[in-house]
Write a protein that binds this ligand. Structure first.
Ligand code: NAD
Ligand code: IPM
Ligand code: MN
Length: 362
């Protein structure tokens, strides 16, 4: 069997702590399923590459990374040293755009053994998938400042929605909905206030929905949707959203399931012309970095999504099952503080890697 070549970019802060835990679990899965995974690590981060070279990436990064089958990414950002918009537009956002990773898949699930903040909800009650548009929308570099330093100082930043860009992510979301038992799609909008781009998004949702008569759909204004995430999270199946709305919903959803620390994401180039990138939803968490207490599950779940993408659904399911069984059974000594435990990143990662090795593959 051909080896899968994986570029590993731990990044900054807790990225450097959770990625080793994620790699341990991937190695365990590779052993259990007889897969060949080859990892090559790159120091593209504020704390390394920037400090040495004054840029986030080498000029030929595209050529370097293009040859890999996937990118396993931790988190980038060290705002004390590099302004966030500089470091993120200099790395993660470049990857998403240049590698045309126009779908960002962000599953959200209340896991067994995890105490969420919402009363009366148990495992399985919250289980939805946010499909975030990942290359255009509100994240645009169209705009600028004029009359700087004067009373007329003016700042503009345009939202960009293209027919191709909107339709392709909507189709991907409808396809995902079609494959799930509930076959339901919710669109996040704000067409009452954002009067040009959002009505266009709505119009394309209606048009694409006609291609999927077997999928039911509805739409909510983003403000009301945020409230429903908290009050009625069981209502949702697939939620499709523009870049910014999807960003916000994909932190809010995991918060409703107990912690941002378990949430994974897959930045997908569906045509496979470029490598896809797998990273937790969370960032470099400077507030807890360096203490070895970050929850590694978001990073580990990303590994499961990467295995799925590489064509190994059984190994992917095995890793997810190991996460669930460890969460269901672990003592507070194994769980990290965000899960109300006293454990460490390494300890929780090791427990999951051991579970992957100990359970025979189905
Ligand atoms: P963040 O996600 O890093 O942290 C938000 C809060 O969640 C913090 O209190 C943090 O301690 C907690 N948290 C996050 N991950 C956790 C984990 N695995 N276990 C336990 N607790 C966890 O968001 P932020 O504070 O807004 O951003 C910090 C830096 O990360 C900034 O530089 C930002 O730009 C960057 N960032 C990078 C990415 C990325 O690379 N994908 C994503 C988001 C933010
Ligand atoms: C995410 C992050 C990024 C985003 C930031 C760091 C630019 O919050 O992946 O959710 O907004 O896309
Ligand atoms: Mn985010």
């Amino acid at each position: 069997q051909r080896a899968h070549r994986i570029a590993v970019i731990p990044g900054d802060g807790i990225g450097k702590e959770v990625v080793p835990a994620g790699l341990d679990v991937l190695r365990a899965a590779a052993d259990a399923f007889d897969l060949r995974l080859e990892f090559e690590e790159f120091d593209f981060a504020c704390a390394a590459y920037w400090q040495a070279h004054g840029a986030m990436l080498p000029q030929d990064w595209q050529t370097i990374l293009q040859g890999f089958d996937a990118i396993y990414f931790g988190a980038v950002g060290w705002p004390e040293v590099v302004p966030d918009h500089v470091s993120l537009w200099g790395s993660l956002i470049q990857f998403r755009r240049v590698f045309d990773q126009y779908v960002n898949l962000r599953p959200c699930r209340l896991m067994p053994g995890v105490r969420g903040p919402l009363a009366g909800r148990g495992p399985g009650d919250i289980d939805f998938l946010v499909v975030r548009e990942n290359t255009e929308g509100e994240y645009s570099s169209v705009g600028g400042r004029i009359f700087e330093g004067t009373e007329r100082e003016t700042v503009l930043q345009e939202t960009v929605m293209t027919r191709i860009g909107v339709d392709r992510v909507l189709r991907y979301a409808f396809e995902q909905a079609r494959r799930r038992p509930e076959r339901h799609l919710t669109s996040a909008t704000k067409s009452n206030g954002i009067s040009i781009s959002m009505p266009y998004w709505d119009e394309r949702v209606r048009a694409i929905a006609a291609e999927y008569p077997d999928v039911t759909w509805d739409q909510y204004h983003i403000d009301a949707l945020a409230a429903h995430f908290v009050l009625n999270p069981d209502r949702f199946d697939v939620v499709v959203a523009s870049n910014l709305f999807g960003d916000i919903l994909s932190d809010l959803g995991p918060a409703c399931t107990g912690t941002l620390g378990i949430a994974p994401s897959a930045n997908i180039n569906p045509e496979r012309r470029h490598p896809s990138l797998f990273e937790p939803v969370h960032g470099s968490a400077p507030d807890i970095a360096g203490r070895g207490v970050a929850n590694p599950i978001g990073q580990i779940w990303c590994g499961s999504m990467m295995l799925e993408h590489l064509g190994h659904p059984a190994a992917a399911a095995h890793v997810l099952a190991a996460i669930e069984s460890v969460l269901a059974e672990a003592s507070p000594r194994t769980l990290t503080p965000d899960l109300h435990g006293t454990g460490t990143t390494a300890g929780l990662g090791k427990a999951i890697a051991e579970r992957v090795r100990a359970t025979p593959p189905a």
